[in-house]
Design a protein around this ligand. Structure first.
Ligand code: ZN
Length: 490
Protein backbone atom coordinates (compact mmCIF):
# COMPACT_ATOMS: atom_id res chain seq x y z
CA UNK A 1 0.00 0.00 0.00
CA UNK A 2 1.29 3.41 -0.90
CA UNK A 3 1.51 5.83 1.96
CA UNK A 4 1.60 9.22 0.35
CA UNK A 5 0.47 11.89 2.71
CA UNK A 6 -0.92 14.97 1.04
CA UNK A 7 -1.40 18.14 3.02
CA UNK A 8 -3.04 21.42 2.18
CA UNK A 9 -0.32 24.05 2.01
CA UNK A 10 -1.77 27.44 2.93
CA UNK A 11 1.02 29.10 0.97
CA UNK A 12 0.27 27.44 -2.39
CA UNK A 13 -3.45 27.15 -1.57
CA UNK A 14 -3.55 23.55 -2.72
CA UNK A 15 -2.99 20.01 -1.52
CA UNK A 16 0.57 18.85 -2.03
CA UNK A 17 2.25 15.48 -1.57
CA UNK A 18 4.36 15.78 1.53
CA UNK A 19 8.05 15.31 0.73
CA UNK A 20 10.34 16.15 3.65
CA UNK A 21 13.59 17.98 2.96
CA UNK A 22 15.80 15.34 4.65
CA UNK A 23 13.84 12.12 5.06
CA UNK A 24 13.36 10.35 7.42
CA UNK A 25 13.71 13.56 9.46
CA UNK A 26 10.82 16.01 9.63
CA UNK A 27 10.89 19.44 11.27
CA UNK A 28 7.56 20.62 12.64
CA UNK A 29 7.02 23.97 14.33
CA UNK A 30 3.71 24.97 15.90
CA UNK A 31 2.85 28.27 17.56
CA UNK A 32 2.15 27.55 21.21
CA UNK A 33 0.16 29.41 23.85
CA UNK A 34 0.72 32.81 25.41
CA UNK A 35 0.69 31.70 29.03
CA UNK A 36 -1.29 34.35 30.90
CA UNK A 37 -4.51 32.43 31.61
CA UNK A 38 -6.15 29.01 31.63
CA UNK A 39 -6.20 27.01 28.41
CA UNK A 40 -9.60 27.06 26.71
CA UNK A 41 -11.46 25.29 23.95
CA UNK A 42 -9.58 27.40 21.38
CA UNK A 43 -6.26 25.96 22.61
CA UNK A 44 -7.46 22.38 22.34
CA UNK A 45 -7.95 22.47 18.57
CA UNK A 46 -4.41 23.35 17.37
CA UNK A 47 -2.94 21.13 20.11
CA UNK A 48 -4.99 18.11 18.93
CA UNK A 49 -4.65 18.89 15.20
CA UNK A 50 -0.87 18.99 15.32
CA UNK A 51 -0.70 16.11 17.78
CA UNK A 52 -2.57 14.09 15.14
CA UNK A 53 -0.03 15.19 12.51
CA UNK A 54 2.89 14.42 14.85
CA UNK A 55 1.45 10.98 15.61
CA UNK A 56 0.69 10.14 11.98
CA UNK A 57 4.11 11.24 10.70
CA UNK A 58 5.72 9.01 13.32
CA UNK A 59 3.37 6.18 12.40
CA UNK A 60 4.57 6.52 8.79
CA UNK A 61 8.12 6.06 10.06
CA UNK A 62 9.38 9.65 10.05
CA UNK A 63 11.61 10.93 12.83
CA UNK A 64 9.89 14.13 13.79
CA UNK A 65 11.35 17.01 15.75
CA UNK A 66 8.29 18.82 17.01
CA UNK A 67 8.94 22.30 18.39
CA UNK A 68 6.11 24.20 20.08
CA UNK A 69 6.95 27.47 21.76
CA UNK A 70 5.76 29.12 24.93
CA UNK A 71 5.09 32.83 24.46
CA UNK A 72 6.07 34.51 27.70
CA UNK A 73 7.04 37.99 26.56
CA UNK A 74 6.17 40.50 23.86
CA UNK A 75 2.55 39.51 23.19
CA UNK A 76 0.75 42.76 23.86
CA UNK A 77 -2.83 43.07 25.01
CA UNK A 78 -4.31 44.26 21.72
CA UNK A 79 -2.17 41.88 19.60
CA UNK A 80 -0.55 44.90 17.92
CA UNK A 81 2.42 47.06 18.79
CA UNK A 82 1.06 49.01 21.69
CA UNK A 83 -0.61 48.35 25.00
CA UNK A 84 0.59 46.31 27.95
CA UNK A 85 2.30 42.94 27.77
CA UNK A 86 -0.32 40.23 28.48
CA UNK A 87 1.93 38.49 31.02
CA UNK A 88 2.96 41.72 32.74
CA UNK A 89 -0.65 42.88 33.06
CA UNK A 90 -1.68 39.59 34.68
CA UNK A 91 1.37 39.70 36.98
CA UNK A 92 0.38 43.17 38.21
CA UNK A 93 -3.20 42.03 38.71
CA UNK A 94 -2.18 38.98 40.73
CA UNK A 95 0.77 40.73 42.42
CA UNK A 96 3.12 38.04 41.20
CA UNK A 97 6.44 38.02 39.40
CA UNK A 98 5.82 37.73 35.61
CA UNK A 99 7.76 34.45 35.56
CA UNK A 100 5.45 33.10 38.28
CA UNK A 101 2.51 33.76 35.97
CA UNK A 102 4.38 32.05 33.15
CA UNK A 103 5.18 28.99 35.29
CA UNK A 104 1.68 28.75 36.76
CA UNK A 105 -0.11 28.79 33.40
CA UNK A 106 2.53 26.68 31.67
CA UNK A 107 1.98 23.99 34.31
CA UNK A 108 -1.78 24.20 33.88
CA UNK A 109 -1.48 24.09 30.11
CA UNK A 110 0.67 20.97 30.37
CA UNK A 111 -1.88 19.32 32.67
CA UNK A 112 -4.70 20.03 30.19
CA UNK A 113 -2.61 18.80 27.27
CA UNK A 114 -1.89 15.56 29.12
CA UNK A 115 -5.61 15.13 29.87
CA UNK A 116 -6.25 15.49 26.12
CA UNK A 117 -3.58 12.82 25.56
CA UNK A 118 -1.41 15.03 23.37
CA UNK A 119 2.23 13.95 23.18
CA UNK A 120 4.58 16.65 24.52
CA UNK A 121 6.68 18.36 21.84
CA UNK A 122 10.34 17.42 21.39
CA UNK A 123 11.43 20.95 22.31
CA UNK A 124 9.35 23.62 24.04
CA UNK A 125 11.38 26.83 23.90
CA UNK A 126 10.39 30.01 25.75
CA UNK A 127 10.61 33.40 24.05
CA UNK A 128 12.21 34.89 27.17
CA UNK A 129 14.98 32.29 26.97
CA UNK A 130 15.96 33.45 23.48
CA UNK A 131 16.41 37.20 23.83
CA UNK A 132 20.01 37.17 22.54
CA UNK A 133 19.05 35.11 19.47
CA UNK A 134 16.19 37.51 18.79
CA UNK A 135 18.53 40.49 19.03
CA UNK A 136 20.90 38.78 16.58
CA UNK A 137 18.04 38.31 14.12
CA UNK A 138 17.12 41.99 14.47
CA UNK A 139 20.73 42.96 13.71
CA UNK A 140 20.63 40.88 10.51
CA UNK A 141 17.38 42.47 9.39
CA UNK A 142 18.78 45.95 10.15
CA UNK A 143 21.98 45.14 8.24
CA UNK A 144 19.96 44.04 5.24
CA UNK A 145 18.08 47.33 5.32
CA UNK A 146 14.60 46.02 6.13
CA UNK A 147 14.25 47.62 9.56
CA UNK A 148 14.90 51.01 11.17
CA UNK A 149 15.41 52.40 14.61
CA UNK A 150 13.05 54.99 15.97
CA UNK A 151 13.21 56.33 19.53
CA UNK A 152 14.63 53.11 20.95
CA UNK A 153 12.23 50.91 18.98
CA UNK A 154 13.14 48.81 15.98
CA UNK A 155 10.45 48.51 13.33
CA UNK A 156 10.23 46.25 10.32
CA UNK A 157 9.97 48.29 7.13
CA UNK A 158 7.06 46.64 5.33
CA UNK A 159 7.06 48.95 2.30
CA UNK A 160 10.78 48.50 1.69
CA UNK A 161 10.45 44.75 2.09
CA UNK A 162 7.53 44.64 -0.32
CA UNK A 163 9.60 46.36 -3.01
CA UNK A 164 11.88 43.35 -3.14
CA UNK A 165 9.72 40.50 -1.82
CA UNK A 166 6.01 39.97 -1.37
CA UNK A 167 4.33 40.98 1.88
CA UNK A 168 0.92 39.25 1.99
CA UNK A 169 1.75 36.11 0.06
CA UNK A 170 0.55 33.76 2.81
CA UNK A 171 -2.70 35.48 3.68
CA UNK A 172 -3.39 36.67 0.13
CA UNK A 173 -3.87 40.20 1.37
CA UNK A 174 -2.94 43.00 -0.98
CA UNK A 175 -0.57 45.53 0.46
CA UNK A 176 -2.31 48.50 -1.20
CA UNK A 177 -5.57 47.53 0.45
CA UNK A 178 -3.81 47.01 3.76
CA UNK A 179 -2.30 50.48 3.49
CA UNK A 180 -5.69 51.94 2.61
CA UNK A 181 -7.41 50.16 5.50
CA UNK A 182 -4.98 51.11 8.24
CA UNK A 183 -4.98 54.47 9.84
CA UNK A 184 -2.29 56.09 11.89
CA UNK A 185 -2.95 55.10 15.51
CA UNK A 186 -2.16 57.20 18.52
CA UNK A 187 1.22 56.48 20.05
CA UNK A 188 2.61 55.03 16.82
CA UNK A 189 4.03 58.23 15.36
CA UNK A 190 7.51 56.72 15.56
CA UNK A 191 6.56 54.31 12.75
CA UNK A 192 7.16 55.36 9.16
CA UNK A 193 4.12 53.44 8.10
CA UNK A 194 1.21 51.99 10.11
CA UNK A 195 1.84 48.51 8.62
CA UNK A 196 5.36 48.41 10.05
CA UNK A 197 5.59 46.10 13.03
CA UNK A 198 7.87 46.07 16.05
CA UNK A 199 10.93 43.84 16.22
CA UNK A 200 12.07 45.49 19.43
CA UNK A 201 10.08 47.76 21.73
CA UNK A 202 11.56 50.30 24.07
CA UNK A 203 10.47 49.61 27.66
CA UNK A 204 8.74 52.49 29.39
CA UNK A 205 9.98 53.13 32.95
CA UNK A 206 7.09 51.17 34.49
CA UNK A 207 7.45 48.19 32.11
CA UNK A 208 8.65 45.25 34.20
CA UNK A 209 9.70 42.74 31.53
CA UNK A 210 12.85 44.28 30.05
CA UNK A 211 16.28 43.33 28.76
CA UNK A 212 19.33 45.40 27.77
CA UNK A 213 20.02 45.71 24.04
CA UNK A 214 22.16 47.79 21.66
CA UNK A 215 19.08 50.02 21.30
CA UNK A 216 18.42 50.47 25.01
CA UNK A 217 16.30 48.52 27.52
CA UNK A 218 13.32 46.85 25.94
CA UNK A 219 11.69 43.62 24.84
CA UNK A 220 11.17 41.73 21.57
CA UNK A 221 8.09 42.06 19.36
CA UNK A 222 5.70 39.10 19.44
CA UNK A 223 6.27 37.83 15.87
CA UNK A 224 10.03 37.63 16.23
CA UNK A 225 10.30 34.67 18.61
CA UNK A 226 8.78 32.16 16.18
CA UNK A 227 11.08 33.12 13.28
CA UNK A 228 13.98 32.90 15.65
CA UNK A 229 13.25 29.70 17.57
CA UNK A 230 11.91 27.70 14.62
CA UNK A 231 15.09 28.28 12.64
CA UNK A 232 17.34 27.82 15.65
CA UNK A 233 16.01 24.31 16.30
CA UNK A 234 14.88 23.19 12.84
CA UNK A 235 17.32 24.90 10.48
CA UNK A 236 17.19 27.77 7.98
CA UNK A 237 14.64 25.84 5.94
CA UNK A 238 12.32 23.34 7.59
CA UNK A 239 9.31 21.25 6.65
CA UNK A 240 6.07 22.24 8.37
CA UNK A 241 4.85 25.27 10.29
CA UNK A 242 1.43 25.02 11.90
CA UNK A 243 -0.93 27.14 13.91
CA UNK A 244 -4.46 28.46 14.18
CA UNK A 245 -6.04 30.33 11.28
CA UNK A 246 -6.20 33.42 13.51
CA UNK A 247 -2.38 33.52 13.40
CA UNK A 248 -2.13 33.49 9.61
CA UNK A 249 -2.27 37.28 9.53
CA UNK A 250 -0.39 39.18 10.77
CA UNK A 251 1.66 36.74 12.90
CA UNK A 252 2.73 34.22 10.23
CA UNK A 253 2.90 36.82 7.46
CA UNK A 254 5.35 38.73 9.67
CA UNK A 255 7.33 35.55 10.38
CA UNK A 256 7.81 34.99 6.64
CA UNK A 257 8.86 38.63 6.18
CA UNK A 258 11.35 38.47 9.06
CA UNK A 259 13.01 35.24 7.92
CA UNK A 260 13.13 36.35 4.30
CA UNK A 261 14.52 39.77 5.25
CA UNK A 262 17.25 38.10 7.32
CA UNK A 263 18.21 35.18 5.07
CA UNK A 264 16.89 36.08 1.63
CA UNK A 265 14.51 33.12 1.48
CA UNK A 266 11.51 31.53 3.20
CA UNK A 267 12.08 29.23 6.13
CA UNK A 268 8.91 27.13 5.81
CA UNK A 269 8.01 24.62 3.09
CA UNK A 270 4.45 23.73 4.15
CA UNK A 271 2.18 26.04 6.13
CA UNK A 272 -0.79 24.39 7.84
CA UNK A 273 -3.64 26.17 9.63
CA UNK A 274 -6.44 24.74 11.70
CA UNK A 275 -9.81 26.47 11.57
CA UNK A 276 -11.42 28.04 14.64
CA UNK A 277 -13.92 26.87 17.24
CA UNK A 278 -17.17 28.80 17.59
CA UNK A 279 -19.65 28.43 20.44
CA UNK A 280 -23.28 28.14 19.40
CA UNK A 281 -22.30 29.88 16.17
CA UNK A 282 -20.47 32.73 17.88
CA UNK A 283 -16.81 33.54 18.18
CA UNK A 284 -15.59 32.66 21.66
CA UNK A 285 -14.61 35.65 23.75
CA UNK A 286 -14.51 36.84 27.33
CA UNK A 287 -16.63 39.85 26.43
CA UNK A 288 -19.29 37.63 24.82
CA UNK A 289 -19.75 35.61 28.02
CA UNK A 290 -19.21 32.29 26.21
CA UNK A 291 -15.62 31.69 27.21
CA UNK A 292 -15.04 28.06 28.27
CA UNK A 293 -11.79 26.88 29.79
CA UNK A 294 -10.76 23.25 29.46
CA UNK A 295 -11.01 22.75 33.23
CA UNK A 296 -14.61 24.00 33.12
CA UNK A 297 -15.37 21.74 30.18
CA UNK A 298 -14.01 18.70 32.05
CA UNK A 299 -15.86 19.59 35.28
CA UNK A 300 -19.07 21.00 33.78
CA UNK A 301 -18.71 24.20 35.79
CA UNK A 302 -19.76 26.87 33.32
CA UNK A 303 -23.29 28.16 32.67
CA UNK A 304 -22.95 27.36 28.96
CA UNK A 305 -22.49 23.67 29.80
CA UNK A 306 -25.34 21.24 30.46
CA UNK A 307 -22.92 18.62 31.81
CA UNK A 308 -19.23 17.80 32.14
CA UNK A 309 -17.47 16.47 29.05
CA UNK A 310 -14.49 14.18 29.44
CA UNK A 311 -11.16 14.99 27.77
CA UNK A 312 -11.61 12.07 25.35
CA UNK A 313 -15.10 13.29 24.40
CA UNK A 314 -13.55 16.69 23.62
CA UNK A 315 -10.74 15.07 21.65
CA UNK A 316 -13.17 12.92 19.67
CA UNK A 317 -15.40 15.97 19.06
CA UNK A 318 -12.46 17.89 17.59
CA UNK A 319 -11.30 14.95 15.46
CA UNK A 320 -14.81 14.38 14.10
CA UNK A 321 -14.43 17.59 12.09
CA UNK A 322 -11.76 18.13 9.46
CA UNK A 323 -9.11 20.45 10.87
CA UNK A 324 -9.65 23.02 8.11
CA UNK A 325 -13.42 23.20 8.69
CA UNK A 326 -14.97 25.49 11.27
CA UNK A 327 -16.15 23.62 14.35
CA UNK A 328 -19.15 24.75 16.33
CA UNK A 329 -19.41 23.82 19.96
CA UNK A 330 -22.87 23.06 21.34
CA UNK A 331 -24.08 20.77 24.10
CA UNK A 332 -25.90 18.66 21.48
CA UNK A 333 -22.74 18.24 19.39
CA UNK A 334 -20.67 17.33 22.45
CA UNK A 335 -23.25 14.81 23.68
CA UNK A 336 -23.32 13.21 20.23
CA UNK A 337 -19.50 13.05 20.30
CA UNK A 338 -19.63 11.38 23.71
CA UNK A 339 -21.98 8.68 22.36
CA UNK A 340 -19.79 8.16 19.30
CA UNK A 341 -16.63 7.91 21.37
CA UNK A 342 -18.25 5.39 23.74
CA UNK A 343 -19.57 3.30 20.85
CA UNK A 344 -16.11 3.20 19.29
CA UNK A 345 -14.40 2.22 22.54
CA UNK A 346 -17.02 -0.45 23.28
CA UNK A 347 -16.27 -1.96 19.87
CA UNK A 348 -12.53 -1.94 20.60
CA UNK A 349 -13.24 -3.97 23.75
CA UNK A 350 -15.53 -6.28 21.81
CA UNK A 351 -12.82 -6.79 19.21
CA UNK A 352 -10.49 -8.27 21.84
CA UNK A 353 -13.09 -10.93 22.58
CA UNK A 354 -13.78 -12.03 19.00
CA UNK A 355 -12.90 -15.59 18.04
CA UNK A 356 -11.45 -16.49 14.68
CA UNK A 357 -13.06 -19.20 12.59
CA UNK A 358 -11.77 -21.12 9.60
CA UNK A 359 -14.53 -19.58 7.54
CA UNK A 360 -14.17 -15.92 6.51
CA UNK A 361 -16.84 -13.58 5.14
CA UNK A 362 -15.18 -10.19 5.71
CA UNK A 363 -12.78 -7.97 3.75
CA UNK A 364 -10.36 -6.12 6.04
CA UNK A 365 -7.88 -5.00 3.35
CA UNK A 366 -10.42 -2.69 1.74
CA UNK A 367 -11.34 -1.22 5.12
CA UNK A 368 -7.67 -0.63 5.89
CA UNK A 369 -7.05 1.02 2.51
CA UNK A 370 -10.02 3.31 3.04
CA UNK A 371 -8.75 4.35 6.47
CA UNK A 372 -5.27 5.22 5.20
CA UNK A 373 -6.65 6.93 2.11
CA UNK A 374 -8.62 9.25 4.42
CA UNK A 375 -5.58 9.99 6.57
CA UNK A 376 -3.39 10.60 3.55
CA UNK A 377 -5.96 13.00 2.17
CA UNK A 378 -4.88 15.98 4.30
CA UNK A 379 -5.68 14.16 7.56
CA UNK A 380 -9.35 13.67 6.78
CA UNK A 381 -10.37 12.41 10.22
CA UNK A 382 -14.17 12.61 9.75
CA UNK A 383 -13.87 10.18 6.81
CA UNK A 384 -11.44 8.01 8.77
CA UNK A 385 -13.89 7.88 11.68
CA UNK A 386 -16.76 6.96 9.36
CA UNK A 387 -14.67 4.02 8.07
CA UNK A 388 -13.88 3.02 11.63
CA UNK A 389 -17.62 2.92 12.30
CA UNK A 390 -17.99 0.53 9.36
CA UNK A 391 -15.46 -1.54 11.28
CA UNK A 392 -17.61 -1.19 14.41
CA UNK A 393 -20.64 -2.58 12.53
CA UNK A 394 -18.45 -5.42 11.30
CA UNK A 395 -17.22 -6.20 14.82
CA UNK A 396 -20.80 -6.26 16.06
CA UNK A 397 -21.95 -8.60 13.27
CA UNK A 398 -19.03 -10.95 13.85
CA UNK A 399 -19.81 -10.88 17.55
CA UNK A 400 -23.47 -11.70 16.80
CA UNK A 401 -22.39 -14.57 14.54
CA UNK A 402 -23.72 -12.97 11.35
CA UNK A 403 -20.24 -12.67 9.83
CA UNK A 404 -17.18 -14.92 10.12
CA UNK A 405 -13.56 -13.83 10.41
CA UNK A 406 -10.45 -15.98 10.05
CA UNK A 407 -7.31 -15.63 12.18
CA UNK A 408 -5.34 -13.62 9.63
CA UNK A 409 -8.11 -11.07 9.13
CA UNK A 410 -8.82 -10.86 12.86
CA UNK A 411 -5.18 -9.93 13.43
CA UNK A 412 -5.38 -7.31 10.65
CA UNK A 413 -8.55 -5.85 12.12
CA UNK A 414 -7.02 -5.65 15.60
CA UNK A 415 -3.88 -3.96 14.27
CA UNK A 416 -5.93 -1.52 12.20
CA UNK A 417 -8.07 -0.48 15.16
CA UNK A 418 -5.13 -0.30 17.52
CA UNK A 419 -3.13 1.86 15.10
CA UNK A 420 -5.97 4.18 14.08
CA UNK A 421 -7.81 4.60 17.37
CA UNK A 422 -4.95 4.68 19.86
CA UNK A 423 -1.72 5.53 18.01
CA UNK A 424 -2.98 7.96 15.37
CA UNK A 425 -6.22 9.49 16.67
CA UNK A 426 -4.70 9.37 20.15
CA UNK A 427 -7.86 8.22 21.89
CA UNK A 428 -7.63 6.20 25.06
CA UNK A 429 -10.05 4.31 27.29
CA UNK A 430 -11.33 6.51 30.09
CA UNK A 431 -13.43 4.00 32.01
CA UNK A 432 -10.49 1.73 32.71
CA UNK A 433 -8.03 4.40 33.61
CA UNK A 434 -9.98 6.36 36.20
CA UNK A 435 -9.46 5.32 39.80
CA UNK A 436 -13.13 5.77 40.66
CA UNK A 437 -14.18 3.38 37.89
CA UNK A 438 -11.68 0.80 39.05
CA UNK A 439 -13.14 1.07 42.56
CA UNK A 440 -16.64 0.78 41.10
CA UNK A 441 -15.58 -2.35 39.24
CA UNK A 442 -14.43 -3.93 42.49
CA UNK A 443 -17.74 -3.10 44.22
CA UNK A 444 -19.67 -4.63 41.32
CA UNK A 445 -17.46 -7.74 41.44
CA UNK A 446 -18.19 -8.07 45.17
CA UNK A 447 -21.95 -7.79 44.62
CA UNK A 448 -21.81 -10.25 41.73
CA UNK A 449 -19.97 -12.74 43.94
CA UNK A 450 -22.79 -12.50 46.49
CA UNK A 451 -25.28 -13.00 43.64
CA UNK A 452 -23.36 -16.06 42.42
CA UNK A 453 -23.41 -17.56 45.93
CA UNK A 454 -27.15 -16.81 46.21
CA UNK A 455 -27.83 -18.53 42.87
CA UNK A 456 -25.75 -21.53 43.94
CA UNK A 457 -28.08 -21.75 46.97
CA UNK A 458 -31.12 -21.33 44.71
CA UNK A 459 -31.84 -18.08 46.60
CA UNK A 460 -33.49 -16.45 43.57
CA UNK A 461 -34.95 -13.57 45.61
CA UNK A 462 -31.50 -12.32 46.67
CA UNK A 463 -30.10 -12.89 43.19
CA UNK A 464 -32.90 -10.87 41.55
CA UNK A 465 -32.64 -8.16 44.15
CA UNK A 466 -28.93 -7.61 43.46
CA UNK A 467 -29.60 -7.35 39.73
CA UNK A 468 -32.46 -4.86 40.34
CA UNK A 469 -30.45 -2.75 42.78
CA UNK A 470 -27.58 -2.48 40.29
CA UNK A 471 -30.05 -1.55 37.57
CA UNK A 472 -31.53 1.17 39.80
CA UNK A 473 -28.00 2.50 40.33
CA UNK A 474 -27.63 2.82 36.53
CA UNK A 475 -25.38 -0.21 36.09
CA UNK A 476 -26.23 -2.67 33.35
CA UNK A 477 -25.12 -6.27 33.73
CA UNK A 478 -24.88 -8.55 30.75
CA UNK A 479 -24.25 -12.27 31.26
CA UNK A 480 -21.56 -13.67 28.95
CA UNK A 481 -19.87 -17.02 28.42
CA UNK A 482 -16.90 -15.90 30.53
CA UNK A 483 -19.03 -14.48 33.36
CA UNK A 484 -20.50 -10.99 33.03
CA UNK A 485 -19.84 -7.49 31.74
CA UNK A 486 -20.97 -4.26 33.23
CA UNK A 487 -21.54 -0.83 31.75
CA UNK A 488 -22.96 2.47 32.90
CA UNK A 489 -26.30 3.49 31.45
CA UNK A 490 -26.30 6.88 29.74
ZN1 ZN B 1 4.19 31.92 16.44
Amino acid sequence: MENKLTIYNTLSRKKEVFEPLNPPFVGLYVCGPTVYGDAHLGHARPAITFDLLFRYLQHLGYKVRYVRNITDVGHLVNDADDGEDKIARKAKLEQLEPMEIVQLYTNRYHKNMEQLNTIPPSIEPHASGHIIEQQELIKRILQNGFAYESEGNIYFDVERYNQKYHYGKLSGRKIDELFANTRQLDGQQEKRNPLDFALWKKASPEHIMRWPSPWGDGFPGWHLECSCMSQKYLGDVFDIHGGGLDLQFPHHECEIAQSTAAYGHDAVRYWMHNNMVTINGQKMGKSLGNFITLDQLFSGQNDVLEQAYSPMTVRFFILQAHYRSPLDFSNEALKAAQKGYERLMAAVKQLDKLHATTENTVDIDTLKNNCYEALNDDLNTPILISHLFEGVRLINSISAGNEKINAENLEKLKTLFHDCVFDILGLQGEEDSSASNQALGKVIDAMMNVRKAARANKDWATSDRIRDELKNAGIQIKDTKEGYEWSLEN
